[in-house]
Design a protein around this ligand. Structure first.
Ligand SMILES: NC(=O)c1ccc[n+]([C@@H]2O[C@H](COP(=O)([O-])OP(=O)(O)OC[C@H]3O[C@@H](n4cnc5c(N)ncnc54)[C@H](O)[C@@H]3O)[C@@H](O)[C@H]2O)c1
Length: 239
């Protein structure tokens, strides 16, 4: 497959490595202040463009890629207020766009497992539920976005929990999240169900950025022959 990269930072470099390992060709790389490359024959020859840049530039990048007739797979976060505009482009103007705020296969499998376990545990009020997440010391936000998605999965399925709380002992209708910041840990999330008799734990432990890059390349392979607005739930059929 012929892949163009938009954004050549940490993720762009990691995606390039994974794409080459999977036998794809990188036909064009566009970084900051290289907008003229969107009209190049190399960019137009790409089957898919993979975009990991910054929130302020994503919309312009998508529009330039669409104008060149190239579908986009994007992982850039922090721009979702403009999501409807892109959905509209896909639904009404025949464009193709794949978006995921987290491309890691493992995390998406873990989301599905978390939802499924929460549905089961809704029938067992003897178990309380809490969450722990650990990340590197440079991380500014807490809890992590992944922890919030996991919490939403639990709150949506367990009737006895109303909201999540960070770093405090919650009331019985609150889901406690504890955030730890240690060393260079890429990201660990653990859900714990505990009764008087026993405990059940599920954990996702990220080793590096490689999982995000692999997910983005798999999404590009999936997107190549598709139309419309796509996401991880279209690609990963869990049920
Ligand atoms: N969805 C996921 O799974 C996932 C995983 C990791 C990171 N991210 C997100 O991806 C984005 C990029 O992450 P990163 O770690 O690679 O960041 P980074 O800062 O290392 O790289 C961003 C690159 O984009 C370039 N860039 C900025 N504006 C541009 C423009 N208008 N056109 C072309 N290139 C431009 C920058 O020069 C830089 O090289 C962030 O929003 C991050 O939150 C998402």
């Amino acid at each position: 497959m012929r892949i163009a990269l938009i954004g050549y930072g940490k993720m762009g470099h990691e995606i390039e490595k994974v794409a080459l390992q999977r036998g794809h060709e990188i036909v064009c790389i566009i970084d900051l202040n290289e907008e003229d490359k969107f009209s190049s024959p190399e960019f137009k020859s790409a089957d898919v463009a993979i975009e990991f840049t910054s929130p302020g530039s994503v919309l312009r990048n998508y529009k330039r890629a669409f104008a060149a007739g190239v579908p986009v797979v994007s992982g850039t976060t922090g721009w979702l207020s403009s999501l409807d505009e892109i959905k509209d482009e896909c639904e009404n103007n025949g464009k193709t766009f794949f978006y995921a705020s987290n491309f890691s296969m493992g995390v998406n499998i873990f989301f599905a497992l978390n939802d499924y376990l929460a549905k089961i545990m809704n029938q067992f009020p003897g178990y309380d539920v809490r969450m722990e997440e650990t990340h590197h010391i440079h991380k500014l936000d807490a809890p992590s976005g992944t922890a919030i998605t996991l919490a939403e999965g639990i709150l949506g399925n367990i009737g006895r929990k109303e909201k999540w709380v960070l770093d405090k002992n919650g009331a019985t209708d609150e889901l406690q999240i504890k955030a730890f910041r240690e060393g260079e840990v890429p990201g660990i999330h653990t859900i714990i169900y505990e009764s008087d008799a026993d405990s059940i734990r599920i954990t996702h432990d990220a080793k590096s950025r490689k999982g995000f890059a692999l997910g983005a390349v798999l999404a590009a392979e999936f997107t190549k022959d598709k139309k419309g607005f796509l996401g991880m739930k279209d690609m990963l059929k869990f049920s």
